[in-house]
Design a protein around this ligand. Structure first.
Ligand code: SAH
Ligand code: SF4
Length: 411
């Protein structure tokens, strides 16, 4: 194949990238055990009678040890490793950028190869270290079809859903970079520490609406919580939705993880403006789905996220309405100071207002932590994620910095 000479440098790079990506081998990451067995047998690499044993071995190397190269799978013969490598890959995506915030938050920009005829895509993943735990905020889509008016991701139209492999790759690559596969190179068996992992929790709160990519998200979370692999407890996995009501019950029964709801308003008129999916699935239906959430109890409460927008939803009447709306639901209310982005008309509520709001809810018996904004200096905070395809222009970055310095949106 020849590359025409009149291509621009950028165009030529894209063409080359697309060509090398189309020659990529299929990944074994993100397949269920049955799919993995099927792929190994269909390729002729593994005879049927060995499939179960090989699946077990590969599962261990991929998800317990976290290796990203067949060459490191010591208990598999050299010949078989070479055959596997000829047909498949367990490699990580390209890391375009890694940024570390002054508060220790890390943000990665990952590039995934095109799927089918598409272009390569880029997404962001954020790691938030805290006392006693570390949370990885994972993306489910490139962009978002929804257009919540206070969310930066919402201004980027949907490019495509991420695959199961791409969702898991965010977790695996973050663990690589954080040194969170501590026993990768110990040949005699792995000892996985139950406590003290750098990534102890994951939240589906990055770019995109996870319940509009249900099947891929479900498979990824079931693999992430598989006890013979990545072993994350389902109680340490939280899926956040803007309110895709038909998939809420399925999240409980089919995935079994903790649920967070991006509520942000207590009446339909305001919620229609802030979270437009409310027009399709109004509050009455959303709250009913929450009350019926499978496995809901005082020990397994729903988190309601509430972004604090100055003079929009932050009055004491709003706080009282919130308490009334959630009455009887085992709930925790997470108050999120609004994180600004260039072009937004919203401002963050004053700190004093947020504290009064929190007190009202607290007095009614709900835990109401105020989410400390993390990683704002690298645009890693909630609602600030956007991918390279729409990377911020320099002038916008400067405008944002000026806004932060002026104190708009600062908690
Ligand atoms: N799409 C899903 C998950 C990703 S957003 C959802 O909407 O739930 C993760 C959380 O960040 C949501 O609660 C979202 O409403 C909130 N968020 C979005 N933009 C924000 C901003 N600019 N400041 C603070 N929180 C924001
Ligand atoms: Fe999409 Fe969530 Fe942002 Fe709304 S808040 S636009 S659902 S990512």
């Amino acid at each position: 194949m020849t590359v025409s000479l009149d291509l621009t440098a950028e165009g030529a790079r894209d063409a080359l990238r697309a060509r090398s990506a189309s020659a990529e081998k299929p990944s074994l990451i993100g397949l269920t055990r049955a799919e993995l067995a099927e792929a190994l047998v269909a390729s002729g690499v593994v005879p049927e009678r060995q499939a179960k044993m090989r699946v077990q071995q590969l599962w261990h190397w991929m998800y317990v040890r976290g290796v990203s190269d067949f060459a490191h799978m010591f208990n598999i013969s050299k010949d078989l490793r070479a055959e596997l490598d000829k047909h498949f890959t367990v490699a990580r995506p390209e890391i375009v950028e890694e940024q570390v915030s002054s508060d220790g938050t890390r943000k990665w920009l990952f590039r995934f190869p095109p799927r089918g005829a598409g272009r390569p895509v880029e997404i962001e993943t954020v790691y938030i270290p805290e006392e006693g735990r570390g949370t990885l905020c994972i993306s489910s889509q490139v962009g978002c079809t929804l257009t919540c008016s206070f969310c930066h991701t919402g201004t980027q139209k949907l490019v495509r859903n991420l695959t199961t492999e791409e969702i898991l790759a965010q977790l695996l690559t973050a663990r690589d970079r954080l040194g969170d596969f501590p026993d990768r190179d110990t040949p005699d068996g792995a000892i996985v520490p139950a406590e003290g992992r750098k990534v102890s929790n994951i939240v589906m709160m990055g770019m995109g609406e996870p319940l509009y990519n249900f099947e891929a998200v479900k498979k990824a979370l079931l693999i992430a919580s598989d006890g013979d692999g990545l072993s994350l407890s389902k109680r340490r996995i939280t899926l956040s939705t803007s309110g895709v009501v038909p998939n809420i019950a399925r999240t409980g029964t089919e995935i079994g993880v903790m649920l967070a709801i991006s509520l942000h308003a207590t009446n339909d008129d305001l919620r229609d403006l802030l979270v437009p999916i409310n027009k399709k699935f109004p509050l009455k239906d959303l709250i009913a789905a929450c009350r019926a959430y499978p496995g809901l109890s005082n020990a397994r409460r729903i988190t309601f996220e509430y972004v604090m927008l100055k003079d929009v939803n932050d009055s004491l009447e709003d706080a009282k309405a919130l308490v009334k709306l959630l009455k009887g639901i085992p709930a925790k209310i997470n108050l999120i100071p609004f994180n600004p982005w260039p072009g937004t008309n919203y401002q963050c509520s004053d700190w004093e207002t947020i504290e009064k709001f929190a007190d009202t809810i607290n007095n009614a018996g709900y835990a109401s932590p105020i989410r400390t904004p993390r990683g704002r200096d690298i645009l890693a905070a909630c609602g600030q994620l956007k991918s390279e395809s729409e990377r911020m222009r320099k002038v916008d970055r400067l405008a944002l910095e000026a806004m932060m310095i002026a104190g708009h949106g600062e908690a």
